[in-house]
Design a protein around this ligand. Structure first.
Ligand SMILES: *Cc1c(COP(=O)(O)O)cnc(C)c1O
Length: 242
């Protein structure tokens, strides 16, 4: 079933609008929009919506559940997009994730890193790009690794030849006012700068100095002002999820 023509027009308009907002925020902070990847978050939306998104020129698609992503990737094709996993990855789905995704944003433990690396080896996957998800919200968000635990994870990553650490990701608690996300974004940038200086990042997508995956529909402009190189946008492109 094809989406109705007005659904296509609506998505085209929203895509143009989001791109304009990215460009405006980038310019306002003396940056180029070209160093910012828009990851379109398609969770809960059917495969035909993803197909339309690709036809309109979106290249990076993100999902938060392995099972749901697998169905859509099987339908659209493994090479139809650059596929991103942005949700928590359970250990028992690591093998499937290695087969499905180009980039995993949600690496959050040394055990998961070791497992992913082993799966890459078994599945003959040369290299998997990963970002470490850092929990800067403490009690509130409960996803990602706390900054204090980072050194252990970084040490584990050094022993994982197939994993290419490209940057850091965070998901701040939800605030009505997007400016309240700013301190979280700033903290992630400072952490990224420290890790870059210490030589922890491999070759990235937009930047060799460590990607910053931060900013969603309600706060991506603030994230760009604070240095985001990957913004994860769902609702502003595809509308409210049911
Ligand atoms: C759903 C989701 C997004 C996109 O959220 P929107 O508010 O719809 O833009 C971004 N990142 C993660 C990790 C998500 O789960």
């Amino acid at each position: 079933m094809l989406p109705k023509p007005d659904a296509i027009d609506m998505l085209r308009d929203r895509f143009a609008d989001v791109r304009t907002r990215i460009e405006t925020a980038a310019r306002a902070s003396g940056r180029s929009a070209e160093e910012i990847t828009l990851v379109a978050i398609t969770k809960t939306h059917p495969a035909e919506t993803l197909k339309t998104a690709l036809e309109l020129g979106m290249r990076d698609l993100g999902e938060n559940r392995v099972q749901e992503a697998e169905e859509k990737i099987t339908e659209l094709g493994r090479t139809a997009a650059r596929w991103h996993l942005v949700g928590h990855l359970q250990a028992n789905k690591a093998r499937r994730a290695v087969g499905l995704f180009d980039v995993i944003h949600s690496l959050d433990s040394a055990a998961l890193a070791e497992r992913l690396d082993r799966m890459c080896d078994e599945e003959k996957r040369e290299r998997l790009d990963v970002l470490v998800q850092v929990d800067l919200g403490g009690e509130v968000t409960k996803s990602g690794i706390e900054a204090a635990q980072l050194p252990g994870l970084l040490a584990a990553l050094k022993e994982c030849p197939h994993l290419n650490l490209i940057g850091l990701m965070t998901l701040p608690p939800y605030f009505e006012n997007p400016d309240c996300s700013r301190p979280f974004f700033k903290t992630l940038r400072e952490l990224r700068d420290e890790l870059h200086a210490a030589g922890h990042f491999g070759p990235g997508i937009n930047s060799g100095k460590g990607e910053l995956s931060m900013g969603m529909s309600h706060d991506f402009e603030v994230a760009i002002e604070e240095g985001a190189t990957m913004v994860r946008v769902g609702t502003a492109l595809f509308g409210e999820r049911s």
